[in-house]
Design a protein around this ligand. Structure first.
Ligand code: SF4
Ligand SMILES: [Zn+2]
Length: 416
């Protein structure tokens, strides 16, 4: 395919552009910049050849350059040096992973930045490790693939319901085990206990073998340490960390990632490479979307009846009445807002919130406080369930969180 790049600012142009969308420079179709033209590297995969000695113009490229790989590397270099973003479009098998790593590492080494490589699939993360291994023939580099706890908890894997545990529940179960381990109390996690003694061992294995995600998990299991917690410790020690999209898209997970990298106060020290970035919009939408359905509300209301006393959420308003009226308000959306034969409607006002506030005589901050209270009750319930070994999140908590999200979704970032 042919890429059209602005001669002045080298931004990528949509086909047939008359002017650069970034800097406004006129574009003459006969005058396409060959700076980054991707013409000439087709999808056919030629075997790669390793180089015999360092390529002065691309010190981190371990192969003989193909097609316009050198052009792309120099484009990335220029963009990074000038503090710009860069988008690269290139066919399958043209070596996107290796050129982005080669150019990225050069910049990261110069500036002390850490590379976070966002991928959609684990196999793409594994590809990052393979390319790093190739680079390690000529330069000292290191990398690590990170996956969720759900894929690598040695302690709970194999227990009943492990596959269906939500990440949140697993995280709470793990936290409980870890805190016991840290305190030296009984009932901790033996895989966590061994991290300190095995960290050098695993780091060595990592630096010498560039294992795929699975291989690293297996290795950790063999020596009896928790792969997930081990990776958290190792993140700071490597040049490149390959993680799934969600590690940047979800604000909670992103905060944890930055903390694990030791960069919570300087996210600008990250050089972010997004693989297959055209998926990012869909992934972000999925990440931010949520649903409240009748079952959730009914289950939460049922759970109220198992609670002692009549807990209140605001003034004299009882929890079960509050949730009951929430359900009533949702149902009212259907009767009042949906036309005949209509299955969906876009809410343009705060219909549900307003209805709740009128019913209970609340101001908007009172409603927020009441929902906060719902979440508190739910959290206490969840702890109780965990203590009883039921390994699930309270329905009241799930609904409370969803209600909070609903109230904060009244903005043009959301369609309700
Ligand atoms: S420390 Fe690791 S093995 Fe232990 S419970 Fe947590 S995730 Fe599971
Ligand atoms: Zn331009």
């Amino acid at each position: 395919m042919m890429g059209m790049f602005c001669r002045r600012c080298r931004s990528l142009m949509p086909p047939n552009s008359k002017r650069c969308m970034a800097c406004g420079a006129p574009i003459n179709p006969n005058d396409i910049s060959n700076q980054s033209s991707l013409d000439g590297i087709g999808p056919k995969k030629k075997p790669v050849e390793f180089i015999a000695e360092e390529n002065k113009d691309a010190p981190y490229l371990p192969y003989k350059p193909r097609g316009c790989q050198m052009d792309i590397i120099s484009d990335i270099r220029n963009a990074l040096d000038e503090g710009r973003h860069i988008i690269i479009e290139s066919g399958t098998g043209t070596g996107k992973t290796i050129v982005s790593l080669a150019a990225g590492l050069e910049h990261a080494r110069k500036t002390g930045k850490k590379i976070v490589y966002l991928t959609r699939t684990i196999s793409q993360s594994d590809q990052v490790m393979r390319e790093l291994k190739a680079i390690s023939r000529i330069k000292q580099v290191s990398g690590l693939t990170v996956t969720g706890r759900n894929k690598s908890c040695s302690l709970f894997r194999g227990t009943q319901d492990y596959e269906s545990l939500s990440p949140k529940v697993l995280s709470m179960m793990c936290e409980d085990k870890r805190s016991k381990s840290i305190r030296g109390a009984a009932g901790g996690c033996r895989y966590y206990d061994r991290i300190k003694t095995e960290i050098d061992n695993v780091l060595n294995y990592l630096l010498n073998n560039f294992p795929t995600s699975d291989e690293l998990d297996r290795y950790c299991e063999r020596i009896g340490v928790c792969p997930y917690e081990m990776k958290k410790q190792l993140m700071k020690k490597v040049d490149v960390v390959a993680v799934p999209y969600v590690h940047i898209l979800s604000s909670d997970i992103r905060t944890t990632l930055l903390a694990n990298l030791g960069l919570e106060d300087s996210p600008e020290s990250i050089l972010l490479i997004v693989d297959e970035a055209h998926n990012l919009v869909d992934a972000a939408r999925d990440q931010e979307s949520f649903v409240i359905n009748r079952d959730m509300v009914d289950n939460a209301i049922d759970e109220c009846s198992t609670m002692k006393g009549n807990p209140t959420v605001w003034m004299e308003v009882e929890l079960k009445d509050f949730l009951g009226y929430f359900k009533n308000s949702i149902r009212n959306v259907a009767t009042e807002k949906l036309g005949l034969n209509e299955k969906e409607v876009v809410l343009t006002d705060d219909y549900i919130e307003k209805r709740m506030m009128i019913k209970f005589g609340m101001k908007s901050q009172d409603l927020d406080a009441a929902i906060e209270k719902v979440m508190d009750y739910g959290e206490a319930r969840t702890e109780l369930l965990m203590e009883r070994g039921e390994n699930r999140v309270s329905e009241i908590q799930s609904l409370g969180v969803a209600m909070r999200d609903w109230c904060s979704s009244a903005s043009d970032r959301f369609v309700r």
